[in-house]
Design a protein around this ligand. Structure first.
Ligand code: V0V
Ligand code: CO
Length: 148
């Protein structure tokens, strides 16, 4: 793929914390942010709440994904433990149109993707992650919305 066709926008920035519900309330009360969507993803081990600065999401609006671990085995639980229990920014998600094509191009360029095949993400999206070593110290998610 050409560079221009790889990424559409920053879909979300993810904030990891011990209690996503409390963090959502904090965002609502202090910043006027809106809860757009929430779900539990057992495979990823997270409770996640998608938040936006408007009640209605416009297509290119970057969201904040507020998330907390569902159990001690969750990768987010491990991350929080390593961070001495402190909340913080966990990953950034880049929206793509065709995750299979983008993944193939990134692999050709030597990037390490965590999963052989994309997994189930928020709202039925297909997701994969670039290892922090490939992301220059940042965990980067690739996310593709369901095609109608
Ligand atoms: C770990 N590292 C990070 C990091 N997590 N660097 C930046 N940001 C992070 N979030 C670094 C860590 O400091 C180490 O660096 C190295 O990576 C290995 O870390 P580790 O503590 O030994 O942990 P691992 O290797 O067991 O696990 C790290 C990975 C894991 C990234 C492989 O967290 C993972 O599988 N993440 C993908 C799944 C995920 O995060 N799910 C939750 C979101 P040094 O010390 O070696 O330099 S789910 C989601 O976003 C959804 C559903 C959605 O949006 O749709
Ligand atoms: Co995410």
């Amino acid at each position: 793929m050409d560079n221009e066709d790889l990424f559409l926008c920053i879909d979300h920035v993810a904030y990891a914390c011990p209690d996503a519900d409390a963090a959502s309330k904090y965002y609502q009360e202090n910043f006027g942010w809106h809860e757009i969507h929430r779900e539990e993803n057992p495979e990823q081990g997270v409770c996640e709440i998608m938040m936006a600065p408007a009640a209605t999401l416009s297509p290119d609006m970057t969201q904040v994904q507020v998330m907390s671990p569902l159990n001690d085995e969750s990768t987010v639980a491990k991350w929080l433990a390593k961070n001495n229990g402190r909340a913080g920014l966990h990953h950034m998600a880049w929206r793509v149109d065709d995750i299979d094509a983008v993944s193939a191009t990134l692999r050709e360029r030597g990037m390490k993707l965590l999963y052989e095949e994309p997994k189930l993400g928020t709202g039925g999206n297909r997701i994969n992650f670039m290892h922090p070593k490939s992301g220059q110290g940042v965990l980067i998610e690739l996310t593709q919305y369901p095609k109608n």
